[in-house]
Design a protein. Structure first.
Length: 325
């Protein structure tokens, strides 16, 4: 991915307005946003990749329609296009991050994408009026739902735009955790997310600018599960950890508990083909499922996720659509 010096200056100027709010400098934010690790999710997120392969087949991945909900500067979208995926995205302009849409178009042009406005639509997640029904096989969104105006309306639009038998895949922060990722500070779980006024006071005590709080939805695993199940039905909704902090080498056990719980839910909800594919990717799942310990492991995984939720800084919402939306 190429970024000209002229475009980089534009981005840094834009970040100058955001940097003081989160207590960082523009260069730091630029390096974080344009990290080499930021790629199309199929290339960087194992769970995403395994789900796509399981549902659509490993040889069919570039024939699918992918929609990036909240594309920002278009990094994931552009990465997918450069690797030959059939990708589209939405990003509203103007919005609180005004100018990202125009910069995303310019970035795509610099990297050889002709007519980028045909790939990136100027609209909000709550009203994707430029996108027809049953448009996308896969909808993905990384760290966006906490910024939208109305989560319920976004999920309703996702249901409309997603094809039957499609997948929607979101990541977002868990505000019942010890970590707040925008400010990169210690957070007080189960308390601060109950009141924006209390959250602002907490930030003022830390000598931080609290103005971003008004733009955030305090997403939690229980809240998002409840909202998603109301719109899609409980049989289509899955929640599992994405980012775990502060536990050192024990972090991997939280991920493992999340994976076991996800696998158990797939089995319980009749997604046996996906569950079988997950066994192929993670052989230990096959071993415990053929063992009388499976029910115990499943219960223990739920207990671990409940007890250690404050260490789960980010989580995934996965919608596996079956039949009519």
């Amino acid at each position: 991915m190429n970024i000209s010096e002229n475009l980089k200056r534009k981005i840094l100027q834009q970040l100058d307005s955001v940097a003081p709010i989160v207590g960082k400098n523009s260069d730091y934010l630029f390096s974080k946003i344009f990290s080499p690790n930021r790629k199309f999710p199929y290339l960087m997120d194992d769970i995403f990749k395994h789900l796509i392969d399981a549902v659509f087949g490993e040889n069919n991945i570039k024939n699918l329609v992918y929609l990036d909900l909240g594309a920002g500067y278009g990094i994931n979208l552009l990465s997918g296009l450069l690797y030959g995926f059939n990708c589209y995205g939405i990003e509203p302009s103007p919005n609180s991050f005004e100018g990202r849409y125009a910069i995303a178009l310019e970035l795509m042009k610099e990297n050889g994408i002709g007519k980028p406005e045909k790939r990136l639509f100027n609209c909000y997640g709550e009203n994707m009026d430029k996108i027809p029904d049953d448009f996308a096989d896969v909808i993905y969104s990384y760290q966006v739902l906490e910024h939208v105006q109305n989560i319920d309306d976004v999920l309703k639009e996702v249901r409309r735009v997603l094809k039957p038998n499609g997948i929607a895949y979101f990541t977002m922060p868990n505000y019942n955790s010890f970590y707040e990722g925008h400010y990169e500070i210690f957070w007080i779980p189960f308390i601060l997310n109950k009141s924006k006024n209390l959250s602002k006071l907490y930030l003022k005590i830390l000598n931080r600018n609290p103005s971003l709080i008004d733009e955030l939805n305090f997403t939690t695993m229980r809240l998002i599960r409840r909202k998603a199940e109301k719109i899609f039905g409980s049989e289509k909704v899955y929640i599992l950890p994405w980012g775990v902090r502060y536990l050192g080498t024990f972090n991997k056990y939280i991920y493992t508990a999340g994976l076991i719980n996800f696998y158990a839910e797939l089995e319980a909800k009749g997604n046996t083909e996906i569950a079988a594919y997950m066994e192929k990717c993670y052989p230990f799942l096959w071993k415990i499922n053929k063992n009388w310990l499976f029910k115990i492991c499943s219960l223990l995984s739920q207990l671990v996720l409940f007890m250690f939720e404050p260490f789960i800084a980010d989580f995934r919402l996965i919608i596996i659509s079956k039949g009519d939306n």
